[in-house]
Design a protein around this ligand. Sequence first.
Ligand code: AHR
Length: 484
Amino acid sequence: MRKLYINAEHKKNVINPNIYGHFSEHLGRCIYEGLYVGEDSPIPNVNGMRKDVIEALRNIKVPVLRWPGGCFADEYHWKDGVGPKKNRKKMINTHWGGVVEDNSFGTHEFMELCAQLGCEPYINGNVGSGTVQEMQEWVEYMTFDGLSPMANWREENGRKEPWKLKYFGVGNENWGCGGTMRSEYYADEYRRYQTYIRNFSGNKIYKIACGPNGGDYNWTEKLMEIAGKHMDALTLHHYTVPYGDWGKRGSATDFTKDAYYNTIKQGLKMEELVSNHLQIMNKYDPEHNVDLIVDEWGTWYDAEPGSVPGFLYQQNTMRDAMIASATLNIFNKYSKRVTMANIAQTVNVLQAVVLTDGAKMLLTPTYHVFDMYKVHQGATLVDSFIETEAIEPYDIPDVSVSASLDAAGALNITAVNFGLEKSIEIDCEVAGMNINNATGRILTGAVDAFNTFEEPRKLTITDFPVENGKFTIPPCSVVLVSLR
Ligand code: AHR
């Protein structure tokens, strides 16, 4: 029996709901087909947005959505995506499959999507191939209230009221697909572009600078040194690739036990990355004015056989559920400084929470993790400690936990058993709280199990017994225990 110690009296920070955020790019079938089918589609929709997908995403309380990319952001020219659809310019989506992008989903549609989801928009601007003027005018178009060329154009396009927009990213992966820039060069470009991002009509923009790729600590050093005073947040991207080797990504559903544990090991690296980048940031910003945002994270395997390779469509198994829960526990732990995170990507791309096939939709194991973990959104993180055992020879812990207190006083504990053989018996010792009632929920299954369009509810959340603060987590499971 393991002890899980929780001190409900030691209240830490409020967990920013935005760490449960999402990312949707013009990539494969994420936006088109996945979220947006157009008003004339036979698939039930409201103003072109799929009803079934919106309803599923509302259930997990998506707090913030990043758009339009990704690599696509630094090729995107927003003016091509507004005005009458028949006049919108067509372009080649050179990063993702070389398909024709007809720009039928643009700024107005994205804002409509966020309104239907009830989430905050996070828009990523184009530094790599766009101009300062273009970026400045986009912000004016969206947020200026009054007479101005862009506000007038917005009204002509059917929207009189400006939108509220807080989160704006100045470029994406500018060390790679966003312009192959050196850190010093991007830092200077960032300074220049952000100067022209204005706060119009009482709207206050939170400026987000492009951060490092995984463990590129030099990028963080240089960005903070040169441009740290001009940003509200710096981003981090970390994808979980089995063995940390792009050549060994392998299948999403057909993998060995060794590949599984080596995927968990790579996923857990998120903690080291977050902690190390924060240390560098703190050196230049001891007052913690600059937040860390992990605006791309998740698993990345070979595309499903038969799918277009450039569309990054992959299935989602219990392995992905393990990565999701481990990562979200890490974000909770660092939520004082990590204020947003965006899983890549919401629908049909990489570690998606929803997959679609024509009119059919399924919820992935990763979706169910987000469903269980939504109790942490806006709750207060509390101290927790669990005794762990190492899974050898991988040198990874067998269990990870997180605990928070919600507004109604419930203590919600999320825990994951990474092991594939042994159950873990847990005895909670909670200080500072009388417990009268306990409930539990669980997601469990074979590590390579997944939902299909024929069997969409094979993996789903079920009830889980908790007695006298004691519970047993089966191998390869994620649980939510609520104590009141
Ligand atoms: O999420 C897929 C791609 O991964 C994004 O477009 C890019 O930013 C990253 O390299």
